[in-house]
Design a protein around this ligand. Sequence first.
Ligand SMILES: NC(=O)c1ccc[n+]([C@@H]2O[C@H](COP(=O)([O-])OP(=O)(O)OC[C@H]3O[C@@H](n4cnc5c(N)ncnc54)[C@H](O)[C@@H]3O)[C@@H](O)[C@H]2O)c1
Length: 249
Amino acid sequence: MSVPQTHTGRVAVITGAGRGIGQALALGLAARGATVVAVDLHHPDETMSLLGEAGHTGLGLVADVSDPVQTAAVGDRIAREFGHADILVNNAGIFPFVDIDDLDYETWRRVLAVNLDSQFLMVKAVLPAMKAGRWGRIINLTSNSILSNASGISHYMASKMGNIGFSRGLANDLAPFGITVNAVGPTLTVTPGVREVHPPEALVAFAQAQAIKRNGLPEDLVGTVAFLSSDDASFVTGQTLMADGGYAR
Ligand SMILES: NC(=O)c1ccc[n+]([C@@H]2O[C@H](COP(=O)([O-])OP(=O)(O)OC[C@H]3O[C@@H](n4cnc5c(N)ncnc54)[C@H](O)[C@@H]3O)[C@@H](O)[C@H]2O)c1
C-alpha cells in the first residue's frame, strides 16, 4: 500500500532523531514526503543511512538541544539551507530513574534542561523560518507516565507536565501565524533508551495496564504525529494526545 504524500514540500525538524521514537518519526514523515532534519546529541548516522536507503534526502545535525548556542546554530543552518521550517517535533528526552532521596540538583536540572528547556530553545531557533511561511506544526513529546503511580521519576514527570503547559500556552501565541502546537504522549515504548532502564519483565507488566495489551513500538507514534503535522489537523491546537494503547490512569 502506498503512503499518502501528505508532507510533500515540508521541512520537518526532529530532535533526538538518532534512534528510538525520533528515528521512527524521521522515517515516517520522510515516507510521507517531508525533507527531514534529524538533530541528535550524537551523529544520527543510522537514521541518515535508513533515510538514504529508502530514497529520501535529509540533513543530519549534531547538537545538544539543551544548549542555547547549539540550538541557535541549528536554526541558522536550517534557515540557510532551506529558507523555511514547517514542522518541529521536539522529541529528545532522557529518563533516569532516581528516587527523591538520591535525586541531586544536577540530575534534576539536566532532566529539566533536556526535556523541557530544549523544547523552548528549539522553538526559538526555528520560529523565524516557520513564521516566514505562515504555516507550521509544532509537536512536543510528553509522556503518559505523568499520571502513573511510578516512583523514581518525579523529575521526569515535572518535565513532561511542563511539556503540556508549554504546548498549551504556545498554541495561544502562535495561532495568528497559522502555527499549531500539540503534545503527544506515548506509553512505555520499546526503544534503546527504555531497554537501558527497564528489565524485560517490567515491560510486560506495563502492557497489562493498557487496554491494548502489548508494549508500544516507535512506529506506533508515526500516525499520530503525521496527522498532527498535516494540513488535516489545521483546527487542532493546544491539545495533548496520549497515543498509549488505552493506558489506565
Ligand atoms: N520510550 C518510552 O517509553 C517513552 C514513553 C513516553 C515518552 N517518551 C518520550 O519520547 C522521547 C523519545 O524517547 P526514546 O524512548 O525514543 O528515547 P531514546 O533514549 O531511545 O532516544 C532518545 C534520543 O534523543 C537523543 N538525545 C538525548 N539527549 C539529547 C540532547 N540533549 N540533545 C539532542 N539529542 C538528545 C539521544 O541521543 C537519542 O538518540 C523522549 O522525550 C521521551 O521522554 C518515551
